[in-house]
Design a protein around this ligand. Structure first.
Ligand code: FPP
Length: 261
């Protein structure tokens, strides 16, 4: 049996993030180190993503969101962009049946209208086919940019205000979240590989209280052992969402009990 086929013993099931997001960085450098073309890094990166999705499902994680192509990635050489578009299409075609059988619900976030029509068609098919699956949500960000996502949400809400459907004062955080591609599901853990420590226009709104783990490993080397390490770091974190730490709250409770004794 695979050493990591079940949740490792040292991870508390209660401390497993429900939603994991990944910035898959370092494909090019991984390929360079091996004197391979950059696209070989992307190809291996896709394999790694596939296994991470399966791992998340095996370990009881409810959602995986992956940053596959940003609005800025169009600046890359045309050959690389074209390769990525074909890779997405091929992976979708090849993996759709298996994902469907494994209960994966596939969704895409980003402006899909700028993508090659054949790819859009595969994406729509995957979304429709898997819409009722419940084992795990797999969200793939393609032609995604967080600032443009937030701008789009603002425009849609402003339109509703113009039409008199809501007043400006009635605009809430929940309303904004519902107008984002992610529709209110925020990651608990963000992992970025390759030693870079920035968000690169990814999920700026949704990551407000997300724990972040940065690793030096290049994405094509990010295996289950690496993911295990990230979860160990995550479960040691004290998530307070702006509240005081447990130790402070305990001390306060003790003080209150002493006063009323
Ligand atoms: C960043 O590494 C990686 C990308 C821009 C592409 C990520 C895409 C994949 C891993 C394929 C995913 C496949 C599917 C089906 C969703 P980089 O190229 O910026 O690496 P570098 O910083 O070392 O140059």
């Amino acid at each position: 049996m695979h050493a990591y086929s079940v949740l490792p013993d040292d991870i508390n099931p209660l401390c497993v993030p429900k939603h994991v997001a990944v910035i898959m960085d370092g494909n090019g450098r991984w390929a360079n180190q091996r004197c391979l073309p950059r696209v070989a890094g992307h190809r291996q990166g896709a394999r790694v993503l596939k296994d991470l999705l399966r791992c998340c499902k095996d370990w009881g994680i409810e959602a995986l969101t992956a940053y596959a192509f940003s609005t800025e990635n169009w600046k890359r050489p045309t050959t690389e962009v074209d390769f990525l578009m074909v890779l997405f299409e091929k992976m979708l075609k090849k993996e759709l049946m298996a994902m469907h059988q494994e209960g994966v619900r596939v969704r895409f976030i980003g402006d899909l209208s700028a993508l090659p029509p054949i790819l859009q068609k595969e994406m729509n098919l995957a979304v429709e086919e898997t819409a009722n699956n419940t084992a795990i949500d797999f969200n793939v960000a393609v032609n995604y940019g967080s600032r443009s996502e937030i701008t789009m949400a603002c425009q849609q809400i402003a339109q509703k205000v113009e039409q008199g459907a809501v007043t400006a004062c009635e605009v809430t955080e929940d309303m904004i979240a519902e107008h984002l591609y992610t529709q209110g599901s925020d990651p608990d853990l963000l992992i970025r590989t390759s030693g870079e420590q920035r968000l690169s226009n990814f999920l700026l709104w949704q990551l407000a209280y997300t724990e972040m783990v940065f690793t030096d490993a290049f994405w094509p080397d990010f295996d289950r052992a690496q993911f295990h390490r990230a979860l160990l770091i995550y479960q040691r974190r004290d998530r307070r969402f702006g509240n005081a730490s447990d130790a402070v709250l305990l001390q306060k409770a003790k003080e209150k009990a002493a006063l009323t004794a």
